[in-house]
Design a binder for this molecule. Structure first.
Ligand SMILES: O=C(O)c1cc(C(=O)O)c2c(n1)C(=O)C(=O)c1cc(C(=O)O)[nH]c1-2
Length: 252
């Protein structure tokens, strides 16, 4: 006998439970960052590594769109690329991230080379791009649903960084403020799409597994960051060495 699918509400609750148990807001690195315990070196390491995620997200979305045959779905999805890459009147998330890089004392030209990114960060993020390129559209959209849980972490981050670090101000944190405006439309669309299309028990299982995969992508990046720059501070060969890539401030 085939298994009956969960009701829409029960399936949504199952997806939210995955976030409650596995989202990277639970990682100790975030407590340390938002609580003001990170050294500037650790903050710089986070900004450099997280840039790799930022720069890959539009490539992931382009990979997704290249496989979509339905123009309505492509139209709904393409604002994600504009949000990151920018438009004539919106500088876009990647530029905003580089503004944060400058504010923490890094040379944005260094950061944008992605040199010095931890190997595990590359493996995790590249695995996400490949996942979206190769798996079903349902799995790709389900994997993006970690963004359901992102507004809370972005709001906590704005509050924590403003309170604890001199570099934090409206300009340096504009990336996160913008995501608070942009993400809700994406997640509302993505969630409704997944609930509509996961119409069998098997598809629900596949979508739930995709979301778990994505929580692993996020978690493993923070584990790698912690191991390299917090404890035991074992920096892999070729990864960023503190002190390099610094912004040379001009004396005025
Ligand atoms: O700061 C965060 O914790 C966080 C998490 C996530 C996420 O959950 O994948 C994204 C973002 N930020 C983000 O800013 C962003 O643009 C984004 C896009 C995506 C995606 O999978 O398409 N996730 C995320």
């Amino acid at each position: 006998m085939t298994k009956a699918p969960q009701s829409r509400d029960a399936f949504e609750a199952r997806l939210r439970q995955i976030g409650a148990e596995r989202y990277h807001d639970l990682h100790p690195f975030h407590d340390r960052l938002h609580g003001g315990q990170c050294t500037m070196e650790e903050v710089q390491a986070w900004v450099i590594n997280r840039y790799y995620y930022q720069h890959s997200i539009p490539m992931k979305d382009a990979a997704f769109m290249s496989r979509v045959e339905d123009p309505d779905l492509r139209r709904a999805w393409r604002s994600r690329m504009e949000d990151h890459d920018g438009t004539a009147d919106n500088e876009g998330g990647i530029r905003r991230w580089l503004r944060l890089a400058e504010a923490v004392g890094l040379d944005p030209d260094y950061v944008s080379t992605t040199e010095g990114v931890l190997p595990a960060t590359k493996f995790a993020v590249d695995a996400y791009v490949r996942f979206v390129r190769e798996k079903t559209l349902l799995e790709a959209v389900a994997a993006s649903l970690t963004e359901l849980f992102a507004p809370k972490i972005h709001a906590n981050r704005i509050e924590g960084l403003l309170k604890n670090y001199a570099f934090a101000d409206d300009s340096s944190l504009s990336y996160f403020r913008n995501r608070l405006k942009e993400a809700p439309k994406d997640v509302a669309f993505g969630l409704a799409w997944v609930l509509d299309h996961a119409d069998t028990a098997e598809k629900q299982d596949v979508a739930a597994r995709a979301l778990i995969f994505k929580t692993d992508v996020l978690w493993s990046q923070l584990d790698a960051l912690w191991g390299a720059y917090v404890e035991p501070r074992r920096i892999p060969p070729g990864a960023w060495q503190p002190g390099t890539g610094q912004l040379l401030r001009q004396a005025s």
